[in-house]
Design a protein around this ligand. Structure first.
Ligand SMILES: [Zn+2]
Ligand SMILES: [Zn+2]
Length: 175
């Protein structure tokens, strides 16, 4: 019996692309972009104010948001990774494993990922294993193709599909 619990799942995110910094940010209830910091990449020129302090507030903050972005599996899992209940929630634990990385690296977002869907992520997990261990089997001594990571992914994929199905039942669609 698996004692891990699938905990609270975040709702499908309503994200928009900030036209200034190209980051994906959560749309506020008033349909504007939230106050957010500009993320500087290695090749970006740094903006400073007249006193030489780095300007961190993105000028796109509080602008009217554009079209909401498709709430893909990657974007949903990214929002899930922001929860702090990974000690009791396998969804958050799995999400954190994909997005938080090590503490020294910059925070990853859905845009940094080479996968969008759960199937693509599953393929990637096995490719990483192939690079690391020379086989796509996650547990070669036991002859097992899949392991706990795949199980967590499966649970996350099922949760996401339930959320999408519930979202599609809204009356706005086909009458
Ligand atoms: Zn921005
Ligand atoms: Zn697998």
């Amino acid at each position: 019996v698996n004692t891990d619990q699938v905990g609270v799942a975040v709702p499908l995110p309503r994200l928009a692309l900030c036209p200034e910094c190209q980051s994906e940010v959560k749309i506020r209830a008033d349909r504007r972009l939230p106050k957010h910091e500009r993320q500087y990449g290695l090749d970006d020129s740094i903006c400073c104010d007249r006193d030489g302090y780095v300007i961190t507030r993105c000028p796109g903050s509080e602008r009217v948001a554009g079209e909401p972005l498709e709430p893909t599996f990657a974007r949903w899992l990214w929002m899930q990774s922001k929860r702090r209940d990974d000690d009791i929630n396998v969804l958050t634990r799995f999400a954190a494993f994909q997005f938080r990385g090590c503490t020294r690296s910059p925070r990853l977002t859905a845009r940094d990922m080479e996968w969008t869907t759960a199937e693509e992520l599953h393929g990637r997990i096995h490719l990483i294993q192939l690079a690391r261990a020379g086989t796509v089997d996650m547990n070669p001594p036991m002859g097992r193709r899949h392991d706990w990571m795949c199980d967590y992914l499966q649970q996350a994929a099922e949760t996401y599909q339930r959320l999408r199905a519930a979202g599609d039942e809204r009356p706005s669609g086909k009458g």
